[in-house]
Design a protein around this ligand. Structure first.
Ligand code: ADP
Ligand code: MG
Length: 688
């Protein structure tokens, strides 16, 4: 059967129902998907040697003949051992296989195979354990650089590599070249087919570097073009006009005077909302920098102009918190604020919805459920999301459907994840950004310490002391939320919490919340902690976007070296929200000087932007593209290694092309247009 890029993988030999479902978990449905599933690493299997001359302990390929039939022995239940004697040009060796009984029938006496593995033992008694092998006359995975892929349960690397090899055969030449030849020449970029072949099975290191460079460039370039097109499209849309009523009436409602940074963000939003085009603005500012009043100001402007506003929070608890703050703030101005949560009684929900439909409520606060079809607005003019990913396709469609008079509502997104300035233009290329880079006066920064295992007992004593003073404490453990390591991590964090309760703090109340819990259970645990029903809350990073617990005065992070600096900063922001002096303890057992130095940066500064710049410098942009906080397409190659120079080069190239040809018109750019479309499509964003 000849394969095409659109051929579903399930039609390939050896791929049944189970495997095709496993592949789908990796996002792989078609041959084309598979070819764009780039390796996360490589193994160099190019070194050939003999058993005698191979350096001990190093992995090499040895061509050798099977001298005797393999011998199988059962050491004990569950442990089978196969020994095989082989000879190569220079001598003999013994191969040992553990629990791989198929080897007995796979290796034939008198035949020559290439074995890849570590050679061990003295010169005359060489051996190799669990080598990879294949017939010498049909080498696929030996004698070359082989790819190492991201995997999932039920899919081995060999299986995946075999599939890729098969698909490359038929289809490597079918992938359309999406970079115009002039562009490739100017920037020294390899061709599509060469790059796809060599990113999977590189001929050599140099070819791999060329392939990677081209694919990274392609990704960043199409990404930049896509953002520019989004921006362009948005420029043609119409939004409600909020005539600026000045900020004085609003300021009179505030119990404090806004910082200069808050004023700037408010003015920028007001200008957008008065422009006649829909606002698309991101307000970025550290936790505690006072983003809420910028949102409140938007809602106030809407109400002054006879429009409704909706504020969406990521959790119900946060929604309730906002409701309390804002209904208090707006009461004197006669602005009508309502709360819509899943937890409310049916009758109450009905009356809130009726008020929104009749235009009797000015501001509604809730979760994403606000976007559901049952919620009808009379005149929705502004949608604000707090600490949430940006909108995907369905949400945009839902929003557009709710707008009045064919106008698109204004959108204001608030994020506490500082993005380095150098990256902001790329990540937020289709948004306007306001930065709140100043904290309200009178805050004492959270005191931060990097602590080694030798001081663990002291850390426990400190926790106890704070709890005795009436404070509460977070313990955060790293946990991968999916993939193979997730199960092990989940077990570890559960055991950790049990141990803390039973062995360390048996007289304190210890709770647990992790990302694998149902949303309702999570919320219940967070609510109990917020209500003071627990002293200690063990959590995975789910607390990152959490409730405000002003009484929490200490954040302990275990295995802190496993987190990115920005993420740690984010976690630290969970404490220091009340009037109590607060602390953050970064526990680490690492002796790696670099890791420790990295953590010490946090002890030295509380400026989220400075921290994110350091993170970028030390770990590359992969983390920023990876977190998906920005809600834009996830990049495949750019995740692997970050090259800021290439990033800028690709962006400049995109700008240049779009200057010349704003619509990317023309037959020769059709593959590029398709690439852009698919990049954004598969990632839940869209040009529609
Ligand atoms: P963010 O959402 O950015 O994390 P919030 O808007 O919740 O921060 O504000 C944090 C706290 O600071 C709130 O209690 C708020 O009332 C207070 N606050 C905000 N702006 C100011 C200001 N200009 N002066 C004093 N306090 C402020
Ligand atoms: Mg907030």
């Amino acid at each position: 059967m000849a394969l095409a890029l659109e051929t579903p993988l399930r039609e390939l030999p050896g791929i049944g129902e189970t495997r095709s479902r496993a592949l789908e978990r990796l996002g792989l449905r078609t041959v084309g998907d598979l070819l764009h599933h780039y390796p996360r690493d490589y193994e160099d299997r190019t070194v050939r040697s003999t058993f005698r001359s191979a350096p001990e302990g190093e992995a090499v390929c040895v061509a050798a003949m099977v001298a005797e039939p393999p011998r199988l022995s059962r050491i004990r239940k569950g442990l089978e051992l196969i020994k095989v004697k082989v000879v190569d040009a220079a001598g003999a060796a013994t191969l040992t296989f553990f629990n791989q009984s198929y080897v007995k029938d796979a290796l034939h006496t008198g035949e020559t195979y290439v074995f890849y593995g570590k050679v061990e033992g003295p010169a005359l008694r060489r051996n190799m354990t669990n080598p990879i092998f294949e017939r010498e006359d049909r080498p696929r995975f030996t004698g070359r650089i082989v790819p190492v892929y991201a995997l999932t349960a039920g899919i081995s690397n060999n299986l995946l590599a075999g599939l890729v090899l098969r698909c490359l055969e038929d289809c490597a030449s079918l992938i359309p070249e999406c970079l115009p030849s002039g562009l490739r020449r100017t920037h020294g970029l390899a061709e599509q087919e060469f790059s796809i072949r060599n990113v999977h099975f590189p001929e050599n290191g140099e070819a791999l570097a060329l392939a990677r460079r081209r694919l990274m460039f392609e990704e960043l370039f199409t990404f930049s073009c896509g953002l520019a097109l989004l921006r362009e499209r948005r420029g043609q849309e119409k939004g409600p006009v909020f005539a600026s009523k000045g900020g004085d009436g609003f300021s009179a409602l505030l119990p404090f005077s806004p910082t200069a940074a808050q004023r700037r963000a408010m003015a920028e939003a007001a200008a957008d909302m008065a422009s006649g085009r829909p606002m698309n603005r991101l307000v970025q500012g550290d936790v505690g920098s006072g983003k809420t009043i910028v949102a409140a100001y938007g809602a106030w402007q809407a109400a002054q102009n006879g429009w409704q506003a909706a504020l969406m929070a990521p959790t119900e608890i946060l929604a309730e918190q906002h409701f309390r703050t804002l209904s208090g703030l707006f009461a004197p101005a006669g602005i009508r604020v309502v709360l819509l949560t899943a937890a409310a009684k049916a009758a109450e929900k009905r009356s809130v919805k009726a008020a929104l439909a009749a235009g009797e409520a000015d501001l509604v606060i809730g979760t994403h459920a606000l976007l559901s079809s049952g919620v009808v607005f009379s005149r929705l003019g502004l949608v604000i999301t707090d600490e949430q990913h940006r909108f995907g396709v369905e949400q945009r469609a839902a929003l557009a459907g709710k707008a009045a008079d064919g106008l698109k509502p204004h959108i204001l997104v608030m994020s506490a994840t500082p993005i380095p300035r150098t990256l902001a233009l790329i990540l937020y290329g289709d948004l306007d950004v306001s930065v709140i880079d100043e904290l309200p006066p009178g805050r004492t920064p959270v005191e931060t310490f990097v602590v080694g295992e030798d001081k663990r007992a002291r850390m426990y004593r400190f926790v106890r002391k704070l709890v005795e003073e009436g404070r509460q404490v977070y313990f955060v453990c790293p946990m991968v939320e999916d993939g193979e390591e997730a199960a092990a991590d989940l077990k570890a964090v559960t055991a950790y919490a049990a141990d803390l309760q039973n062995r360390v703090f048996s007289d304190l109340r210890v709770g647990l919340v992790h990302g694998r819990m149902k949303p309702r259970e999570k919320e219940a645990a967070m609510a109990a902690f917020a209500a003071g029903e627990m002293d200690v809350l063990v959590a995975t990073t789910v607390v990152e976007v959490g409730v405000d617990v002003p009484n929490a005065a200490l954040m302990v992070v275990e295995n802190a070296e496993r987190f990115g600096l920005s993420q740690l900063h984010q976690l630290r922001g969970r404490v220091g929200r009340g009037r109590h002096h607060s602390y953050c303890i970064l526990m680490t057992a690492t002796r790696n000087e670099e890791s420790r130095a990295r953590l010490k940066i946090l002890a030295g500064t509380t400026d989220g932007f400075q921290i994110s710049e350091e993170d970028l410098r030390l770990r590359g942009p992969g983390d920023f593209f990876g977190t998906r906080q920005h809600g834009l397409p996830r990049l495949r190659v750019a995740d692997l290694a970050g090259d800021m120079r290439l990033l800028r080069e690709a962006q400049a190239a995109a700008d240049e092309l779009l200057q010349e040809n704003p619509g990317l018109a023309g037959e020769h750019l059709a593959p590029l247009r398709e690439r852009i479309q698919s990049l954004f499509d598969t990632n839940g964003d869209s040009f529609n």
